[in-house]
Design a protein around this ligand. Structure first.
Ligand SMILES: Cc1cc2nc3c(=O)[nH]c(=O)nc-3n(C[C@H](O)[C@H](O)[C@H](O)COP(=O)(O)OP(=O)(O)OC[C@H]3O[C@@H](n4cnc5c(N)ncnc54)[C@H](O)[C@@H]3O)c2cc1C
Length: 471
């Protein structure tokens, strides 16, 4: 009887899982495996919030697999060693997986593939985390796209038309599966339990993803275009961590939304669906950029920013800490940073504002912000985080020009006019009337709230002067 190993990584679902589907179609038995090897992702091993998510996502996958008749075997890395041992133990003839796109994972996977092939195993890998494989698209001149709109226009011609693969009802497992580790042994949960708020906010796993997609379709999909920028409203899908861990595929989301707008053409859903798909397009663009510019998690894409006169760590350490703790004295910035700390997530509009404030008003390098997000976001994703930070700092592809500096007070008044968002996360401001909320003098009027860390107008002038220096 032929046996295939299905190597789960960040594709922690059974439905629309091409590697699993292929194994079930071509082999009598499957052995689902997860290998924990965080050093193989270095220097971008998962941060604290992502490890929390991974623990619960693996627990959810174990349950799903058990219901379908197979255990999930957990092992520690090195990945190659673990896969070789398991293949030997069950006499597997093949190893299948779905592709990842981070530079470290790609290098590891190439090595694993070659070594397993040399050992006589069949190896195949599949695309399922993205709609279009990175590297497929180039401009007419043959260069990588660096502007989103033409990228997305070109990508639209390659979007898959197929339906997602069904979830298998039963898995024929190997009769005597080899021993695996207990999930707790992976030590993913924090020792000091800071995860109460995160636990309240999320349900990791494919069921949690399906529930959010269902809620989004029922309550928010018809107003996405109008509401996606309002942090006080539940107007977006919040599917980012589920997409990052592959508990749902972008294809599943796209086809579900397309069906919804076909079924209800009169409800005017189409423009909102198209808008949502464009946001998934930014995710595709981020992976395309990481593929072509693998140094960008550390290096600015726009080379002249390597000369940018950022402040030095000894000068900015206290300001960085205040930003991280949500104590800058700018209400919407503090609300965002506290939402991040307590729930592991932040609204996109507010991510842009806190990033602009850090890099422009505080003149702190974007890499510091990216590192903090990496550790605290449940959806921390190398491609998306890099794009978001470089875009906000003005040094990335299709970036907001550096000289366009958000005024976080005006932005707060525009996108959170009644203070629903700020009041929810900054308790000290709960009693401040709407009209007095998005101002810089709250430290004086609201008990316990801090004075502004910087003068917005003066820090803006300082940022523009610094930008002028790099020509
Ligand atoms: C400084 C900064 C850092 C960011 N870091 C991350 C990160 O680490 N991980 C991450 O997933 N997103 C990141 N983003 C992008 C964006 O903020 C989140 O994807 C979005 O807020 C997730 O919420 P949602 O699922 O409700 O989004 P929705 O509005 O429901 O959008 C649907 C999906 O589209 C994708 N998407 C939406 N906006 C973007 C975008 N601007 N760039 C790339 N993909 C997008 C996400 O996968 C998202 O789940 C960052 C943005 C900024 C400005």
């Amino acid at each position: 009887m032929s046996t295939a190993i299905v190597w789960f990584r960040r594709d922690l679902r059974l439905a629309d899982n091409p590697a699993l589907h292929h194994a079930l179609k071509h082999h009598a038995q499957v052995l689902p495996v997860y290998v924990h090897a965080p050093d193989e992702d270095a220097p971008w091993s998962p941060g604290g919030a992502a490890r929390w998510w991974l623990h619960h996502s693996l627990a959810a996958l174990q349950l799903q697999l058990r219901r379908a008749g197979a255990p999930l075997i957990l092992r520690r890395g090195p990945s190659l060693q673990a896969l070789r041992d398991l293949a030997g133990a069950v006499d597997a003839g093949a190893v299948y997986w779905n592709r990842l796109y981070e530079p470290a994972a790609l290098a590891r996977d190439r090595q694993v593939e070659q070594a397993l092939r040399e050992a006589g195993l069949e190896v195949e890998h599949f695309g399922s985390a993205l709609l279009v494989e990175p590297g497929q698209l180039r401009t007419r001149a043959g260069a990588p796209f660096r502007v989103f709109t033409p990228f997305w226009r070109a990508a639209a011609t390659l979007l898959p038309a197929r339906e997602p693969l069904p979830e298998p009802a039963r898995l024929a497992a190997t009769p005597r599966p080899p021993a695996g580790l207990d999930l707790k042994a992976l030590d993913l949960l924090p020792r000091i339990r800071w995860d109460h708020g995160i636990q309240q906010a999320w349900q990791p796993g494919a069921e949690g993803a399906a529930a959010l997609l269902h809620r989004y379709c029922a309550e928010a999909a018809g107003r996405y275009g109008e509401q996606r920028d309002l942090p006080g409203v539940d107007g977006t899908s919040r599917l980012s961590p589920h997409l990052h861990f592959g508990e749902i595929s972008p294809l599943q989301i796209m086809q579900r939304l397309r069906r919804l707008s076909d079924e209800e053409p009169r409800a005017g859903l189409l423009p909102h669906v198209e808008h949502y798909l464009r946001e998934l397009g930014w995710r595709e663009f981020a992976h395309h950029l990481l593929h072509h510019y693998p140094d960008t998690p550390q290096q600015p894409l726009d080379a002249k920013f390597a000369r940018f006169p950022w402040r030095k760590p000894r000068d900015y350490a206290a300001d960085l800490r205040a930003w991280q703790r949500g104590r800058t004295g700018v209400p919407i910035v503090d609300a965002g940073m506290r939402q991040l700390w307590r729930s592991g997530w932040m609204h996109n509009r507010v991510r842009m504002l806190v990033a602009s404030f850090l890099t422009k008003n505080l003149l702190i390098p974007w890499q510091e912000g990216a590192a903090w997000f990496w550790d605290t976001l449940v959806d921390a994703d190398l491609a998306n985080n890099t794009l978001g930070w470089q875009w906000s700092a003005g040094c990335g592809a299709d970036a907001a020009p550096y000289f366009r500096i958000f005024n976080p007070l005006l932005q707060g008044a525009r996108f959170d006019p009644h203070g629903d968002y700020v009041r929810r996360w900054v308790e000290e401001l709960a009693q401040v009337p709407d009209a007095a909320l998005h101002v810089s003098s709250n430290g004086a009027v609201a008990d316990g709230y801090c004075a502004p860390l910087v003068d917005l107008a003066a820090s803006r002038r300082r940022a523009l002067a610094a930008w002028g220096d790099i020509g």
